[in-house]
Design a protein around this ligand. Structure first.
Ligand code: COI
Length: 364
């Protein structure tokens, strides 16, 4: 297969799917990323052969040789997107083409073979079709889709692998943060950075998340929900959180978010920028220093701060902690603008709001 060619998927239904009653019990409180559907998709790649052996099969362990490249040099990328149950029983996805395109960009940065977007999109449709009963029908529920790909060649030399395995799994989810949309307390990491210019910050590779773990653990030890990284060069400017982009809403109705470069080009981030600007806010991408953040929160010029991402949707930030103290954003509660943008976004995602940009893709 090459370019936009279509792959044929072999469908091998799981002979022992989870029973309907057990599935219903699991779906009553799925949390985030704890339970999984009956199937997965796999597609293989080999240099000189291209993409082949596309399958939908029972979800299960992947046998791995101990010398598999990814285990040594972390050549791995992933995506995250959600399938929603529409009011008429159909199933929709939000901007899956953007995830497919970013998956290609991440692959290029990590010197991996890019999966053609058509194969990415077809894999989503096949998995949703076979596991559609796993999509929660609650207001906050969705089926989180996790496409990922890694260097599967058995080889210890340091060079790009010549073989890759693409895998798609799915997990019914509710809220990413256990408190739902209640305002977060965040920890500004004094010691750790996430990505430097020229590094992999803009790629959705597992390594970026691995580096965030110690800082997030420190945040939790400080009684916080998540960590905010500052830039790696000057250690002054807000970068992003462990898995979310950040927005600042000022009293003059400007909405500011850090510029692209070392941060993930979030699809939710881009959607929020568009929705905010259409709702009359002035949107700007510019660096925001920690000093400025603190001073503007104190003066009241800064009214609201929120985090956004596929998993987190839009989650307000109420409290900011750092080694020398802490400060509150506004009255510490969820801001009106934050919740309004959130509602507009969620209504589009769930098929209730007008969709002038054609972001919602009907799958079934
Ligand atoms: C997502 O929002 O989908 C992500 O991949 C972030 C991860 C922290 C769950």
């Amino acid at each position: 297969m090459s370019g936009g060619d279509k792959l044929d998927f072999e469908i091998r239904p799981n002979p022992q799917p989870v029973a309907a009653a057990e599935r219903a019990t699991l779906l009553t409180n799925p949390g985030f990323g704890r339970i999984f559907t009956d199937h997965m998709v796999t597609i293989r790649y080999a240099e000189g052969k291209g993409w082949y052996d596309a399958r939908v099969e029972a979800r299960g362990p992947i046998p791995m040789d101990p010398a598999t490249a990814v285990l040594h040099y972390a050549q791995e990328i992933f995506e995250g997107l959600k399938a929603y149950r529409a009011a008429d029983g159909g199933v929709t996805l939000f901007r899956p083409d953007a995830n497919a395109a970013r998956f290609v960009e991440s692959a290029k940065r990590m010197a991996m073979a890019p999966l053609p977007p058509q194969a990415f999109l077809d894999s989503l449709r096949h998995l949703i079709e076979i596991d559609r009963e796993w999509i929660p029908d609650t207001e906050g529920g969705s089926l989180y889709l996790r496409p990922f790909m890694y260097g599967s060649e058995v080889f210890l030399g340091v060079r790009p692998a010549t073989e890759y395995l693409y895998v798609l799994i799915a997990s019914p989810v509710e809220s990413y943060f256990s408190g739902g949309v209640k305002p977060l307390t965040v920890w500004v990491s004094p010691d750790y950075t996430r990505a430097a210019p020229g590094g992999t910050g803009a790629a959705k590779c597992g390594g970026n998340y691995a580096t965030s773990l110690i800082a997030k653990a420190e945040a939790v030890a400080q009684g916080c929900d998540d960590v905010v990284f500052l830039d790696a060069v000057q250690r002054r400017y807000v970068d992003e959180m462990s898995g979310m982009n950040v927005f600042f809403r000022y009293a003059d109705d400007t909405l500011v978010t850090p510029p692209l470069g070392t941060i993930l080009p979030g699809i939710t981030r881009e959607s929020v920028m568009k929705l905010a600007s259409e709702s009359g806010l002035t949107v700007a991408e510019r660096p925001v220093s920690f000093d400025e953040w603190r001073a503007d929160a104190a003066s009241g010029r800064l009214r609201e701060v929120f985090a956004c991402g596929t998993a987190a949707v839009i989650t307000p930030i109420g409290q900011v902690r750092f080694p020398d103290g802490e400060f509150t954003i506004g009255d510490g509660e969820a801001g009106e603008t934050t919740m309004r943008i959130r509602q507009t976004l969620v209504d589009i995602q769930r098929g209730r709001g007008a969709d002038p940009h054609g972001w919602v893709h009907r799958v079934l």
